[in-house]
Each structure stands twice: as C-alpha cells, then as structure tokens.
Ligand binder design. Structure first.
Ligand code: CDP
Length: 784
C-alpha cells in the first residue's frame, strides 16, 4: 500500500501543476532552434523530386560561387569517409546522402552549408542534379511480383522482401478453423500516418577542434543511444561526444531515429570547425522522416455460435518504404504486434507478418505506440465488431463473453505474452454506465426508423508497455533498462536525473512526485533533469510509454537506496537502533515515541556535517532498473456519432474514455495525456494519411493535405478510470501516454460502421473522410 503524502509534499496521486509549464507558457522554453552559438552556420538539404531514379551527376560549382556558401557535401564526399550509409535502428542500413540512385521522393541528395539560412537555401536551388527515371514501386502487394523492380541493389538478397516473422501455433490454429461453426474475416488497412510533432527535427552540431569535443543539441527522444551510435559509426571517442536534447516540442516516436540531417551537420562541423545548425521544414518532416503504421492486415476469428471465440489468425503485409528504419527492439521485426489477441481469451492464435520495401520514405516508427501495438489493437477491436455483426450480437455482449477474467491473471496469452493484471469488465461497465449505453441503443433504433444515421463504437483495448526486460528487449544490442540518479543536497533539496527524455509528458513534475513519495521531500524542492548525456545516467530514452514503467521504477528504487542510508543517519542522530525506527513520508521516528524524530532535511544536513564513523558522506544514489515484465494497461472507449446524410460527415457527439493504468502518479497529467492521444486518434481515424500517387509523389506532404485537428473538430472528451495496479511495478503504476492513441481509432471506425451496418456496410478503411461515407450513401440510394 502506498502511503498518502500531504499536498505540500505532493507525492503519488496529487494533481501537482506541471513545473515545466512555468517556462513553456511564458515562451521561455529552449528548443534546438533557440540554440545560437558564436560563429554558427546553417545547413540546408537538397532532396530528390523523384521516387526512384538513377543519379547520374551533381553539379555544385554555381552554388559554391554564391557569396556566403561554405561547403557542399554530396554522397560521394561522404563515401570517401565511409559515411554515405549509416545503420538504421533495425538491422538495415540507410543512405545518408544518395549515391548511385534515389529510392524515395524527398530523399537527401546533398547538404549545403552557408553563413545564413537563406543563403544555404538559395545555394541549394543552384545545385543541378541529373536523374534518370526508374520504374517506381508504390503498391506493397506488388513488391514480390516477378516483374517488380528490385529496389535495394546494395543488398545481397535480390528481392524486395525484408522479413517474414511468425508467432503462435499455426497447425493448432488452422485445426480450430477447420471445425469452427462461425468464422469472421476482416481485411483492414492501417494507413501510413505521421506523428507531425509541433517542432520538426533538427540539431546544432558543434565540433571544437581545440578540445576535440563534439556537442550536438538534438531533437532526440533517446540521447544516450544516439551518442553510442555516433561513436560506433563515426569512430569518434564516446567520452568526447555530448548529446543534449533540450526542450522538445513533441516527439511521438518521430525523434527516436538518427536522421541524415544530424549526420550531415556533424560532418560539416568536423570539416569547418564551426557549429552547424540544421532545422527541418514542415514538409521535409512529413515527407522524409519516420512514418508510422502502413500495415495491410487480415484477421480471422473462429468462434462458437454463442459467440465464444476460439482462435485468431492474422496475416499482415508491412510496407517499410525504402529502408527498414523502424525504431524497435531487435528481436521484433513487427514490434509487439503479437499483442493482437487483445483483451480476449483465445485458446489458439497464429500471427504472421511480411515486410517489404517500396519507393516511399523509410520508417515504421512507433507513433505514440509500443511498437505496432496500435495496429494490433485496431485490428482485434474491429475484428470483434465484424464477428458481432456476423452473429447479430451486441458488440458489448460479445466482448463481455470473451474478456480474460480477472482470476486468470497473470494471464499467458497464446502468442506468448504474460499479462500482469487486468479487470476488463470493470472498465467496460463503468464506460457503459457513463455513456448510458442501453438508452443510446434505444435512441439508435428510433433514429433508424426515422431514417437517421447514428452509431455507437466500442473499443476495449489492452496495451503492452514498458520495454523492457533486458533478456528480450534491446535496441541495436543496447539492453532496454533505464536509470535514475538522485543527489540530496545538504539543505534537503534534491536533483534527480534520468536516462529518459520528455517531449511534453511532464516528467519534471511526475518524476519529482515519485521522489517526493519515497523520500518525503516536497515536490517543489526537487529538480528533475533529463537529456544531457554528460550528466544523466545511461538510459534508452522516452517512447512507447516506457518512462513510468522503467525509469519511474528506477526513480523509486534510487529513492529507496537513499532512504536506507537516511535510516542509518537517523539512527545515529537519534541514538537509536535502525530496527527501532519507523518511517512516514518525510521523517524517521522512534517506535512508540513519535516526538523523537528526524526529518529528511535534518538527515540530509547530517549526511554532510555529522555522519557516523564508517559511513560514507553524502546522500545520493543511482539505480539501473531492468523490469521483470512489461505492464499491460487497458481501457474501454465508447464513441457516439451522427452522420449527416447529405454530406456523409460524421460528427462525434460523445466520447467516453475509461483508462486503467494502475496507480496514478499525477491524475491531471494523465488526463492531459489522454486528451492529447484521443485527439491524435480522431485525426488518424478521420483526417490523416501520408498517401502516394503511382509515381511515388507524396500526397500528404503539407498541412494543406495532412490535416491537424483544431478545437473545432475536437469533441469534448469525457474521461474516467479504474485502477488495477501492476503487481510487479514497485509503485503499482503502468504506462499510459499512448493508450488513447492505441485504443481510440477502433472506437471511431466501429461507430461509423455501426451507423451504417443496417445498410450492409461491414468495414471502411481509415481515414474516413466524409466523401467515403457519402459515396456509400449514394450507392445505397440514401444520399443524392
Ligand atoms: O514514456 P512516456 O513518458 O511517454 O509515457 P508514460 O510513462 O505513460 O508517462 C506519461 C506521463 O504520464 C508521465 O508524466 C507519467 O509520469 C504520467 N503517468 C502517471 O502520472 N501515472 C501513471 N500511472 C502513468 C503515467
């Protein structure tokens, strides 16, 4: 049981206002583009207008003549230093600057450095590049055809196939399908989308020839991993590399990979001995950096006539673009997609995924998602609705019949994951009650009689977050633990540093609350720092909602080490034995004599002024935490919407989100996370796609085409929670940041299909723009 702290201490469960907002709301944050160094110069990328073309020449003489231009770097120049290719974070390599040919529109071809940004951009216009068209491969379903162009000539394997990955028991699953009385099938495409963070990617690389130290300010969600990879790839001594990730304006997975712009800025700084800034434009960000999803999925469910599910079979084609630059753990080519049995008690399951190359931007990053979990949750939650439709059963009844029951936890699912804890029925029942489900169904019947279109969509997702146990999880070989170092100063104030790096999640507040919970030092007296590799302990960074399950635990464990030492100091000060002391947040006291006590502040002072012989001075600790398992947050989301018969426009009327992330550190921060993630889910479901035409031209490469929801489109989110603590997390917490993005797309799509199901509609692929619905209504003779 967690001890409740006072509001002044502000430990777990208090809605402490976010400390970082003080500078953000005053416009005083320091983002990479705010970094300005003496003698700094600017880089600009020349990019390919073609999706697939042979590079036959680059002429840069005119550009070099422009006053203020300092350097033009091409792929051939990098090749001389062995740097024209770099490893991706997932068993592949990627061109830094193109040599030989280009493989996607907007690929990096040359890097121009000039005294100012405008000159660099003007000089880039003067660079002439000769291209020879090559046949373009856009459709991943054609990637393995005999007549498909082979894209990656650099690879030994002359095929566009990247990987085949399977998990589960194929034979047993097929066996169940052979005899099952009911089968439901769904073919669904989760479109390519993009995290589109408010701040694009960028860096300032500063190589100091006098000290031979390279400092890189970088929009990085994983600064330590970047430092090690820079050292390994460029051969620079790691102690001479310092990565600083300052304030970051949203990451959502987009800022995990290493991008060519970072490498070029570093090379240019090494070459010129001056700091080089490179900041991406919005279009460059959308067109060339890590995309998400792009999964073509098929799910089949075998069930009994009464709706009891028996087996799940999943087959997926994953479009990874030109390079497999997925940022995910080494052992999982399709991330944690094998969580696709979701919240349901299947006895058998089999899942296979094939990845292919196409002429599109590289990636496959985890956009607010624990490595392909969003795709999995969407697939199973849509497939359950297809089964309900097949059985003519209420989707709520079907789900309740099939939830993994609370007494089965820890639950080993047929695809191998051991779910830590869950109570899916409780979350579902709370959501049903809040939204008034049975009344809504009656209203829907009424409306249908009047010819009006109203839909109710349900999603009861299960997540898997907190990568991860080091026996299974690593990125490029670096194990996925995380860390925290705490130093308590003589006056009882403290600084905590972690291996994670927030991009808006509020770590400076919530991690301080963990220290406050464990040590009783008021949250106002604790500074949290992340993102500087020279000062923070080594960690794998922030993405996939791993911070709370992994670094959050490291913070609690480091605090507990400090408390253990504080007990020794208190015993010395109180002239009592350690065993006779009791702890309450903020002080030790002698059992049975509460007035004989020492506060943590008094103890901290003694750690530097009055420590017993044989005990080291100081009060600090570091902890590297390797979790025994992942955490499995869950929830039920219900969307109610109405469709305009004239235009096909769906309007979300209500949306109830019940989340369960175990014990909560800061309820207000969690609510903010859920509001943000739901808004992203809404955009994915209805508005966003990075599509390509048949020549490989990006269709969603600007905010004119790739739509960002404003307050006008965003409904009022109604949130609530249940609490099922994680049994293995010392604070009982699970991650939450990505849950709303993972769980909500299915709720929106289920609601649209539910509104149209009586017309025989079984599925509509995202993004569900009004025209798609209007077309269906027109075909059915409902719309003009
Ligand atoms: O890794 P990331 O920070 O993106 O995700 P997270 O661990 O889910 O945390 C997102 C934010 O919610 C952090 O500020 C957490 O401290 C907070 N949180 C919380 O207050 N209680 C939880 N049970 C989970 C997260």
């Amino acid at each position: 049981m967690l001890q409740k702290t006072s509001p002044e201490i502000g430990g777990m469960g208090h809605s402490v206002k976010r400390k970082e907002d003080l500078r953000f709301i005053q416009g005083k944050g320091t983002y990479v583009d705010d970094v300005s160094l003496p003698g700094m110069v600017y880089g600009h990328m020349v990019r390919s207008p073609y999706a697939h073309a042979r590079l036959t020449g680059i002429r840069s003489e005119e550009a070099k003549k422009l006053p203020g231009v300092l350097a033009v770097i091409t792929g051939e120049d990098l090749a001389k230093a062995g740097l024209s290719w770099m490893p991706t974070l997932f068993h592949d390599k990627q061109m830094v600057l193109a040599t030989g040919k280009v493989l996607f529109q907007s690929q990096e071809v040359a890097f121009v450095v000039a005294e100012d940004r405008y000159t660099a951009a003007d000089a880039a216009e003067l660079i002439e590049v000769d291209y020879e068209d090559l046949p373009v491969l856009v459709d991943p379903h054609r990637a393995l055809d005999a007549d498909a162009p082979i894209l990656r000539e650099d690879r030994e394997e002359k095929t566009n196939h990247i990987f085949h990955w399977e998990v589960g028991d194929r034979q047993a699953t097929d066996g169940v399908f052979q005899t099952a009385p009911v089968k439901a099938e769904l073919n669904a495409f989760f479109p390519r989308c993009h995290p589109a963070p408010l701040e694009t990617c960028g860096c300032v690389a500063d190589y100091n020839p006098a000290t031979t130290k390279l400092t890189v300010w970088e929009t990085s969600q994983a600064p330590h991993a970047h430092r090690t990879l820079f050292a390994l790839v460029a051969g620079l001594p790691e102690q001479n590399i310092r990565i600083i990730a300052p304030d970051i304006g949203g990451g959502f997975g987009n800022k995990v990979p290493i991008y060519p712009g970072y490498v070029c800025a570093v090379v240019a700084s090494l070459q010129l001995g001056r700091p080089v800034k490179w900041i991406e434009s919005r279009s460059e960000n959308l067109q060339s950096t890590g995309f998400a999803r792009d999964y073509h999925m098929k799910a089949e469910i075998a069930a009994d006539r009464d709706g009891k599910v028996k087996a799940l079979r999943v087959k997926t084609l994953a479009d990874h673009g030109a390079f497999n630059a997925a940022a995910q753990p080494s052992k999982f080519p399709a991330g944690l997609f094998s969580i696709c049995t979701g919240s349901y008690d299947f006895s058998e399951a089999f899942c296979e995924v094939d990845g292919v190359y196409t002429n599109k931007a590289p990636g496959g990053i985890a956009y607010r998602c624990s490595f392909r979990v969003t795709e999995a949750a969407y697939l199973i939650e849509r497939a359950m609705d297809v089964l309900a439709q097949e059985l003519k059963m209420d989707p709520v009844e079907l789900r309740l019949k099939n939830f993994v029951p609370p007494d089965k936890f820890p639950y080993l699912c047929p695809l191998g994951w051991s779910y830590d804890s869950g109570d899916y029925k409780a979350a579902m029942e709370l959501a049903l009650e809040k939204i008034g489900y049975s009344e809504l169904r009656k209203e829907q019947e009424e409306k249908r009689r009047k010819g009006e279109l109203m839909g109710i969509g349900i999603s009861s997702f299960t997540e898997i977050v907190g990568a991860g146990p080091s026996h299974t999880f690593d990125i490029c070989g670096i194990k996925m633990f995380d860390s925290c170092e705490i130093r308590v100063h003589p006056t009882g104030k403290a600084i905590a540093r972690m291996g994670t790096k927030a991009q808006g999640q509020g770590h400076e507040t919530t991690f301080a609350q963990i220290v406050a919970q464990e040590l009783g030092i008021p949250v106002a007296d604790i500074t949290v720092e992340e993102g500087d590799t020279d000062t923070a302990p080594y960690g794998l960074g922030t993405y996939a909602s791993r911070s709370t399950p992994v670094a959050g635990t490291a913070t609690a464990m480091a605090s507990r080490k400090i408390r253990d030492k504080a007990r020794k100091l208190a015993a010395h000060l109180l002239e009592a034995s350690e065993e006779d002391l009791e702890w309450e947040p903020g002080k030790f006291f002698v059992k049975g004599a509460p007035s004989k006590s020492k506060t943590i502040q008094e103890i901290a002072f003694a750690a530097y002024t009055n420590f017993p012989a044989g005990l080291e001075a100081g009060l600090e600790a570091v902890h590297y935490y390797d979790p025994p398992n992942l955490t499995f947050p869950f929830g039920t989301y219900i969307c109610v919407l109405d469709i305009d018969k004239g235009t096909g426009e769906p309007k979300v009327r209500r949306f109830v989100a019940v989340d369960d992330c175990g014990n909560i550190i800061n309820p207000m921060v969690v609510e903010g996370q859920i509001h943000g993630g739901l808004t992203e889910g809404l955009a994915i479901a209805f508005m966003q796609e990075i599509a390509y035409d048949e020549s490989g031209n990006v269709q969603g490469g600007t905010f004119m085409d790739y739509l960002i929801p404003t307050a006008v489109e965003t409904p009022n989110w109604e949130t609530d929670k249940t609490c099922t603590p994680s049994p293995h997390h010392p604070l009982g917490a699970k991650g939450v940041g990505e849950s709303p993005n993972v769980g909500s797309p299915a709720a929106f799509v289920n609601a649209v299909v539910d509104a149209l199901s009586h017309l025989g509609v079984k599925h509509i692929d995202m993004p569900i723009a009004p025209w798609k619905i209007w077309k269906i209504l027109k075909e059915k003779g409902i719309s003009e």
